[in-house]
Ligand binder design. Sequence first.
Ligand code: DAH
Length: 365
Amino acid sequence: MTVPPSSDLADSLRRLRDEARARLGAARDLAAVEALRVGLLGRRGELTALLRALGSVEPAERPALGQLANEVRTEIESAVHERLATLQAQDRDTRIATEGLDMSAPGRPVRLGHLHPIMTVERDFREIFHAFGFEVFEGPEVETDAMNFEALNIPPDHPSRDLWDTLFVAEPGSWEAGAPRPAEDGTILRTHTSPAQIRAMLALPPPIRVITPGRCYRYDAVDASHNFEFFQVEGLVVDEETSLADLKGMLQEFARALYGDGTRTRFRPGYYPFTEPSVAFDIGCLVCGGPGCPACSRSGWMTILGAGMVHPHVLRAGGLDPDRYQGYAFGMGLDRITLLRWGIPDLRLLMGADLRFLQQFWAGR
Ligand code: DAH
């Protein structure tokens, strides 16, 4: 092996330093600088190759050469950084120069969202009932079987408790061996807003005058007029002298507030386990106005809600004495009322998240 004279190695180091400066100065972009950095300082770089030769010079020469090599490395490193900084600054300058930023141009408008059509209808209901002195009382969507059914006088064999109607909630881990199955632990998604009646009676002292709007769930196949989630508004009035006449007057006024003074209404006998007597409340068909059409099954009437006098068992489940208090309750679905308001033919359109569709139904509130 030939030992390189130390003065040659020193020359090579100095030459590398000068060349490195020149080459970096000619690099036009960040990628070129990076390639040069790797070529000079990397594991297989030119400086590394020279440092390897250092091992074979005379030991007495090594310290001076080693120091020179370190200086060269530091200088190349700072030349790399300087060049990077210069190129970055140039980049910024050209971007500003070519972007043509017009500081006087008006800002782009921020797109605001709006209420979903169903929520628009719900707000209307809140407003109307607010004017009649009702407050809003919301119940949970995840309910107990006891609240959703039992407290409402719905016996265990009632069809609405059927597994096919009700969605059961599985707590995380409840499917593990030995844990109760969801159907057994009694946690469900509420199938109507009526359990909020019980919660209102337990929470508020009479007289009670509440509406309980909210989302409900049923195990239902989805089609143009059904969905597994839907919206209801429930009403409950409890006082010492509340009668069916109050219920009728209230609902008639509600229908007029919602659909105008000339709205025709009628009551029919109905059946619900939680009211006695129970009624169905109809309004004149919103589509044909009376003569009969497919939308009202040619009857001229549309049923919009169920109602009745709160059953004594239900008052008792709410912690109230039925000999002292009576009340009336009503419950209605919001989805169909929303479809009718805008003449929307299919519930699935409302439930999709297509903004192009939903934005058409905005009354500007
Ligand atoms: N909960 C009933 C349903 O989902 C609606 C209903 C009917 C509610 C009569 C009431 C009522 O409060 O009195 O079909």
